[in-house]
Design a protein around this ligand. Structure first.
Ligand code: ADP
Ligand code: F6P
Length: 454
């Protein structure tokens, strides 16, 4: 079997990670082993050094720090202040800076130069996410001929949105340099095809899952990322008896737990979710004192202004709601800005009666899938899920809501709280089946098979 070289901007060596990419790639590499190349999360003042190599279990990590200027311009700038909002349809947050695009090109080229010496004949290279769209063309320039695939964890915008990005053609050409390009949903694939079809670099044609035009001939397909269903079930079961989960359960005093778990990101619809919960308390006086809403939101990309602003807004909103409704012995919202171990997190998901996953746009959203897998099938909780999350395609037995519509989210939570056991079981069974049909192993094997077929 070929060795897989996974490449992503961030590589969380041994640390807890609160991003879907890290969780998915680790689960995929742990099974058969491989190399994981990328940024170690550190910043240096001088030039980018060669990668440090460290083996942990079946995974070999090859990681390097980013130079301070590149951290500002490539990571905070082009990746997270330009591509992220654009790919999440948040044009109000998007602004453009040509210098940051230059930094993006520079870092993609640097990554290729540092990675090339590690690549051996027979390897398959699997690049992840929007930070590294130009990596394949740079690797080819460095003489690498092995198959190179790209998987986009986030949504792909349609023609009208993508064209707001001045170098959109360079990005599309960059994608065309891959042998395989994978998306989370059909909708993302369609957007890619439309973008290529309207390109000036040739007449597009589409046959047999190949998106082609002059200068672009790529196998493009949908590979929805899955989770390790059995592993999460096991973790969640084990967690229930552990001290943190037992303490948390005690602290509820019989109240129902409604949970949200998201990186602190404006794409996750958190202010709207807080307001929906407030509306629920406003309109249902009998629920006051009966529910606890716990939102876990570890800080993310704190060097980007929009993330600082959303954090301030949420602190204020949570404070206002608690100020308005709290009693001496009841706090309506528990708002926690920290990371947890996988076990503790899965345990918290298991004891929650309702999970609210309401991103304004999300490539997939693994938390929605993890919540379903963590439930006790005999007495499962109910999932309230945004129609604008990729996960809604597979989990259409959740209570689906429009995250922009506060009434809809509030009614969705109400419906989930009141859902009879038989209906919860029935929906849970259907959702677990969907997760088992397309788990993390299937995601990896389908992608790797497509890549090795090149
Ligand atoms: P994104 O990739 O945008 O962050 P996802 O929902 O797809 O969104 O993935 C988030 C991943 O990070 C999930 O696997 C989730 O369990 C994990 N995670 C989220 N918050 C925390 C936290 N506070 N502590 C540990 N892991 C977290
Ligand atoms: O796709 C989600 C994602 O953007 C990953 O690419 C990323 O690793 C994760 O969220 C966490 O973000 P960051 O690496 O910027 O902390």
């Amino acid at each position: 079997m070929s060795r897989i070289i996974a490449v992503s901007n961030r590589v969380p060596v041994g640390g807890k990670s609160s991003g879907g990419l890290a969780v998915g790639v680790l689960a995929a590499l742990e099974e058969y082993g491989g190399v994981w190349f990328g940024w170690n999360g550190e910043i240096v003042d001088g030039d980018m050094p060669d990668p440090e190599i460290e083996r942990r279990g079946r995974v070999t990590y090859a990681t390097l720090p980013l130079n301070r200027q590149d951290f500002d311009d490539y990571y905070n700038g082009f990746s997270n202040n330009i591509l992220w909002p654009l790919f999440h349809f948040q044009l109000g947050v998007f602004s453009y800076d040509r210098r940051q695009f230059e930094a993006y090109c520079r870092v993609n080229a640097l990554f290729a130069r540092k990675l090339a010496p590690l690549i051996e004949p027979g390897d398959l290279i699997w690049v992840h996410d929007y930070h590294l769209i130009l990596l394949a063309s740079e690797l080819r320039r460095a003489g690498i001929e092995q198959p190179i695939g790209f998987f986009l964890h986030v949504p792909f915008p349609g023609v009208d949105v993508l064209r707001a990005l001045p170098p959109y053609q360079a990005m599309l050409r960059g994608l065309c340099a891959y042998d395989v390009v994978g998306f989370q949903t059909q909708r993302d694939l369609r957007s890619f095809e439309e973008n290529i079809a309207q390109q000036d670099f040739g007449d597009a044609m589409l046959a047999d899952r190949r998106v082609g035009s002059k200068g672009c001939d790529v196998h493009a397909d949908v590979f929805p990322i899955g989770i390790d269903v059995a592993g999460i079930k096991r973790l969640a079961q084990e967690a229930v008896g552990t001290p943190p989960i037992a303490r948390m359960a005690d602290s509820l005093h019989g109240r129902q737990l409604v949970i949200g778990v998201d990186r602190l990101d404006y794409s996750k619809g958190l202010p709207e979710r807080f307001r929906a919960y407030e509306r629920l308390l406003e309109q249902n006086t009998d629920l006051r004192g009966e529910l606890v809403f716990m939102q876990i939101a570890p800080p993310s990309r704190t060097g980007v202004r929009a993330y600082v602003e959303i954090r301030e807004e949420l602190e204020q909103t949570a404070g206002n709601i608690n100020g308005r409704y709290a009693e001496m012995d009841w706090m309506p919202i528990r708002y926690l800005n920290r990371k947890y171990s996988r076990r503790t997190l899965m345990g918290l998901l298991r004891i929650a009666r309702v999970a609210v996953v309401t991103p304004l746009r999300d490539g997939m959203n693994l938390v929605a899938k993890e919540y379903v897998a963590a439930q006790d099938p005999e007495n499962p909780g109910a999932l309230v899920l945004s129609t604008l999350a990729g996960a809604a395609r597979e989990l259409d037995d959740a209570t689906l809501v429009n995250p922009y519509d506060i009434e809809d989210v509030s009614e969705g939570i109400m419906q989930a709280i009141a859902m009879p056991l038989a209906e919860r079981r029935e929906r849970h069974r259907a959702m677990i089946e969907a997760l088992e049909r397309n788990d993390i192993t299937r995601w990896r094997t389908r992608f790797v098979d497509a890549l090795s077929g090149c």
